[in-house]
Design a protein around this ligand. Sequence first.
Ligand code: SF4
Length: 322
Amino acid sequence: MYSAEKPLIDVKNLKKYFNVGKNQVLKAVDNVTFSINQGETIGVVGESGCGKTTVGRTLIRLYRPTEGEIYYNGKNINDLNKTEAKKYAKTAQMIFQDPYASLNPRMTVGDIIGEGIDIHGLYRNGDRQSRIYELLEKVGLNREHANRFPHEFSGGQRQRVGIARALAIEPEFIVCDEPISALDVSIQAQIVNLLMKLQKDMNLTYMFIAHDLSMIKHISDRIAVMYLGTIVELTNSNELYSNPIHPYTKALLSAIPIPDPKIEKSRSRILLEGDVPSPINPAPGCKFRKRCKYAMDVCEIKVPELKEVSVSHYVACHLTSR
Ligand code: SF4
């Protein structure tokens, strides 16, 4: 379990904008502040286009922030010199959504896993091969798989290869970018359980990105719900599921199917009207207001701030500050 006293990552007022031409700005991440504690899993959830993957990519320095800071162990990751940046690249890794597209089809699984080991000069000669075998076994594959190519594996096995590749250089922090979304439901739990076991064994810290709330509770210590580039609710998993406050979180929760057909048939769903608005030149006020049945006049003019409404439970909604 994570230590609340020791944040590993501190994200402060992060913005990531993209110029998309003709004076148009896509505000993918728009003033996001949160921290991730050592050994913790923070789940980040929201519909497509909410900015969750952009946050993840900015945390591992694939993107540079437009504004704001990201501190890793107290050091701003965008102020690193070349040596420090190489060290950080070893510390922070990413597991991708589509395990097939992210694996080079012309390389054997052994070489895919060994690539990072070579770049960082970690294991030499026979040690390198032993390390590859060890990693394959750690993720539930076996050493014979080292000589095979990605197309010879199932989706779940390919994701295991992706995990082994991320672990090869002994990272501390991993952004798991929807690692189970492309997999069969029957395989999803296996991958989640594997990630949880690896976290325990290797003291890893995760940011786990998902597009809905169905699987994320099991793995997350805390969950941040994102909508159109901002965090609208942030609290620990149990609290979020038992006491959701933001209208958007409530709608996401009501969309999770319940395995009991009787309950599933009788319960009412909160249907979100309309699509997610465009993040290009968004209108002022609350970004959720066009889909919110509680929207008030103030919601049109004032952006709701993320405020602590009870212990460690943060919500950005004018309803909670009335
Ligand atoms: Fe709805 Fe207003 Fe709250 Fe936004 S701030 S979620 S529009 S009530």
